[in-house]
Design a protein around this ligand. Structure first.
Ligand SMILES: C[S@@+](CC[C@H](N)C(=O)[O-])C[C@H]1O[C@@H](n2cnc3c(N)ncnc32)[C@H](O)[C@@H]1O
Length: 238
């Protein structure tokens, strides 16, 4: 049997698996029925106490899932997330674009996002707002452990899919761009693809051409843009 350090290292490279760290990520993964391969903690009783106080609905499942590990080995598994109470390998759900197309609700599209923290925070707010899916393009893996930390494990609450380009979903596409018409209530249909540009380059000319409408979040003069995940939050909650 391979060592746990090797198994976590292999899981980080495996596109079928996801590596999570921290109690809230485990809580959401369990709550949204992720398949957990293994979950380890130096102090499983402490994780159990957190679960009893913060997530009693899944405390029993969490207690069954977490196994003990030596503190020095755990520190190696979580070197990039100090303070985490638990480290987890889960299975990435298989996502189906055809099912996304048919589901009621908004789809969030992130065009070539760069910062993994932004990707995670966008997924977190998309899950909270009841979006149907988050679709990304570009070379950043939206299931990277850093993005999973940013989402607090809410990747398991909705499909998170990386594609080559925005798929044809038969929905109105509303692109958020500071040059668009000023956002007000009712401008983004409940079934729209809500599209966002990259942090550096904004919405590409190709995405502008695909969009049915460009919408701007009003800003004070002198401010050029909002943070990507902040823009996602404003758009979904308006
Ligand atoms: C950090 S911004 C990109 C800034 C980029 N330099 C630009 O020129 O657009 C990332 C994305 O967030 C969205 N965004 C940020 N501020 C916005 C605003 N005030 N109105 C509409 N969308 C905004 C857009 O989709 C934008 O492409």
């Amino acid at each position: 049997m391979t060592s746990i350090v090797d198994r976590f290292a292999a899981a980080r490279r495996d596109p079928a698996l996801a590596v999570l760290s921290g109690f809230h990520a485990l809580k959401h993964a369990v709550r949204f029925e992720a398949a957990i391969v293994e979950a380890v903690a130096p102090d499983p009783d402490a994780v159990g106490r957190l679960a009893e106080s913060l997530a009693p609905d899944v405390a029993g499942l969490i207690a069954e899932t977490v196994t003990p590990i030596a503190a020095d080995v755990f520190a190696r598994l979580t070197a990039d997330s100090p303070g985490a109470a638990v480290a987890v390998i889960g299975v990435r759900p298989v996502a189906d674009v055809a099912a996304v197309a048919a589901a009621p609700g908004r789809v969030v599209f992130l065009e070539r996002p760069n910062h993994l923290g932004n990707i995670g925070a966008s997924i977190r707010v998309a899950a909270a707002a009841g979006a149907v899916a988050v679709i990304t393009t570009g070379d950043r893996d939206p299931w990277h452990p850093t993005a999973l930390r940013g989402s607090a494990g809410l990747h398991f609450a909705l499909p998170v899919i990386r594609t080559d380009r925005l798929p044809e979903l038969g929905r109105t596409v509303v692109a958020l761009d500071p040059t668009g018409e000023s956002l007000s209530s009712g401008m983004i249909p409940g079934s729209a693809v809500v599209a966002f540009g990259s942090e550096r380059h904004g919405v590409s000319p190709a995405l502008q051409a695909d969009a049915d409408r460009l919408v701007a979040i009003p800003m004070r003069p002198g401010v050029s843009s909002l943070n990507l995940a902040t823009a996602v939050a404003v758009a979904l909650y308006t």
